[in-house]
Design a protein around this ligand. Structure first.
Ligand code: NI
Length: 189
């Protein structure tokens, strides 16, 4: 197990398309395991491979008792609309309200290479949409209106100086700062 550095906004990989996974290897299961550990240390509920510098189409999600390793996830059904205040482990201490589907059904391959389908609403449903966006180079800020996006990016301008290598590094000798906003205790996607 290892806690991996998390890429932050400005790192090119966050804007790149990922590559579908054909076979779930032991190396990829280890990567997923490391992503869970990283997500927990970072106090998040979801993490996508580009956020740890990888191009595989893989994300992990843990919301309450639901823990999912998803390879090649895709949304196959949607219902309703919901507004949700989102953050992102790759844009620390920056938040914005995003218009999402209220409920989604996601089809993916799990860590055993089996096809699964998950239908979710609430935080889990939002988290799935947020992570699948990451796998296509999209971030929550892309869903905001021009004005809202500008104000969120202005907030990020004050934050990003803390990450000169565009990485959040956890643990002893790391660069991870203390949280600075009242949102700090909320789970990050
Ligand atoms: Ni995110």
């Amino acid at each position: 197990m290892a806690v991996l550095p998390i890429t932050v906004l400005g790192a090119p990989i966050l804007r790149e398309e990922t590559v579908p996974v054909a076979v779930v290897t032991d190396e990829l299961r280890q990567l997923a395991s490391d992503m869970f550990e990283t997500m927990q240390v970072a106090d998040g509920v979801g993490l996508a491979a580009p956020q740890v510098g990888r191009r595989e189409r893989l994300c992990v999600v843990e919301v309450e008792a639901t823990r999912l390793t998803l390879f090649n996830p895709e949304i196959v059904a949607r219902a309703g609309r919901i507004k949700w205040e989102e953050g992102c482990l790759s844009i620390p201490n920056t938040f914005g309200t995003v218009d999402r589907s209220e409920e989604v059904t996601v089809r993916a391959m799990n860590e055993h290479g089996e096809t699964i389908e998950v239908t979710a609403d609430g935080l889990l449903g939002v988290c799935l949409q947020h992570e699948i966006d990451h796998l296509h180079g999209k971030l929550f800020i892309d869903h905001l209106s021009f004005l809202k996006r500008r104000s969120v990016l202005a907030a990020w301008e004050k934050e990003k100086g803390r990450y000169p290598k565009l990485l959040r590094v956890f643990g002893p000798g790391g660069t991870e700062p203390e949280p600075t906003t009242e949102h700090a205790a909320e789970p990050r996607i």
